[in-house]
Write a protein that binds this ligand. Structure first.
Ligand code: SAH
Length: 367
């Protein structure tokens, strides 16, 4: 038997396959209903379809290209971290977070590895292995939906905050959002999807045009270029004035509040004067700041960074309050299972690669 080559999430190719084999296009709606509404994974049991189409699907299509390498749930049962393997043996991560309010969020990866080189992040130590295809991102979503269904729970939110930079793989990310929001498919509300970017300015504007209702989170992490450049190389390409200009245009198009992530690393990003600078930078707009205490990953060199204490984070919040900028402190879920971005994949796969690449980068930076 031939190896199936078409992902079941690739609507265009499946319709083409149906038509080439003399079947009517409307059959696709039955396939769609079986896959996304009835959560059928085995094409031969889609009873609404004639046997010939079931065979056609079995011979040509695959349900998922990801295999679950491991799925670990935290002691409190709130977080499940999946380590997933792609068909070409890359490890990626997806994390389910079950909030006490009852809403369930999935954090997805959009690249295997990441090329951005943020100094505090574990993912870039894997370097960029490759972009994920849109159907691989949807495979992550479907794995979570099936996992939650077993607990009689539903997926409500998706955040693109796993491995990789969404705006460097925008075509696939865009298609995956379309599938996640399509009524006949995953059917999540656009408002319940959040894309997090390190600040690829031109794509921010494009994103605002394409998805005016979807939420945008920007990993700001520093209030001035000097500090930002020292921890996020992207600031060399898109410094804060360029970034803020694109955000201004984004807000003009969408009228939406922008979420800012601000990492709290002791002695690096947490000097109190930075809180005032942050307030100044954001005071003109509808913003929400999410303070993330630095998450340590000590099995590889993490620059000796330490998380800022809660007391200092509270002081930052007080400064922002004076400028009417709301903020929250990110409650870190799943610490016991290394649920932060890139941590688990790195632990399993990347240690040797990380050291190798990390050294190469460190060397080229010093040259
Ligand atoms: N590339 C996207 C999404 C990646 S990660 C982005 O940069 O926004 C999601 C968030 O986790 C980002 O804000 C990222 O900066 C942050 N992050 C990465 N490593 C971290 C660490 N060790 N501790 C705390 N936050 C971290």
């Amino acid at each position: 038997m031939q190896t199936p080559t078409i992902s079941i999430h690739d609507e265009w190719k499946i319709i083409k396959l149906l038509e080439e084999n003399g079947f009517k296009k409307f059959r696709y709606a039955q396939i769609e209903n079986a896959i996304y509404k009835n959560l059928i994974t085995d094409f031969s049991s889609i009873e609404t379809l004639p046997k010939e189409i079931r065979t056609l699907l079995t011979e040509n299509c695959y349900y998922t290209s990801l295999s679950v390498h491991s799925a670990i749930t935290s002691d409190d049962g709130q977080t499940t971290k999946f380590l997933l393997k792609t068909h070409d043996n890359k490890l990626i991560e997806a994390v389910i977070m079950r909030h006490l309010s009852g809403r369930n969020t999935l954090c997805v990866s959009c690249q295997a590895g990441c090329p951005m080189g943020c100094s505090f992040c574990a993912t870039w130590k894997l370097w960029l292995l490759r972009n994920l295809e849109f159907h691989e991102i949807i495979d992550e979503v479907m794995i979570a939906i099936h996992h939650l269904a077993k607990e009689d729970k539903k997926l409500r939110n998706i955040v693109y905050m796993g491995m990789g930079e969404p705006f460097l793989n925008y075509a696939n990310v865009k298609k995956s959002i379309e599938i996640a929001c399509a009524q006949k498919k995953v059917d999540l509300s656009n408002r319940r999807i959040t894309i997090s970017t390190c600040g690829i300015a031109p794509v921010i504007e494009q994103f605002g045009e394409d998805f005016p209702q979807t939420s945008l989170a920007v990993s700001l992490h520093a209030p001035n270029d000097e500090v930002r450049k020292s921890i996020m190389p992207v600031d060399h390409t898109y410094p804060l004035d360029v970034l803020m200009k694109s955000i201004k245009n984004y807000i003009a198009k969408t009228n939406k509040r922008v979420f800012y992530e601000y990492i709290m690393i002791a002695w690096v990003t947490d000097r109190l004067e930075y809180a005032w600078q942050l307030a100044k930078l954001l005071e003109w707009q509808l913003a929400h700041v999410n303070f993330i205490p630095y998450n340590t990953w000590e099995w590889v060199d993490s620059n000796g960074y330490k998380p800022t204490s809660k007391i200092i984070i509270k002081k930052f919040q007080e400064v922002l309050e004076k400028s009417w900028i709301p903020s929250t402190i990110r409650h870190t879920m799943g610490d016991d299972i290394d649920a932060a971005c890139g941590q688990l994949a790195l632990k399993h796969e990347g240690e040797s690669l990380a050291t190798e690449k990390g050294n190469t980068i460190a060397k080229s930076k010093n040259e």
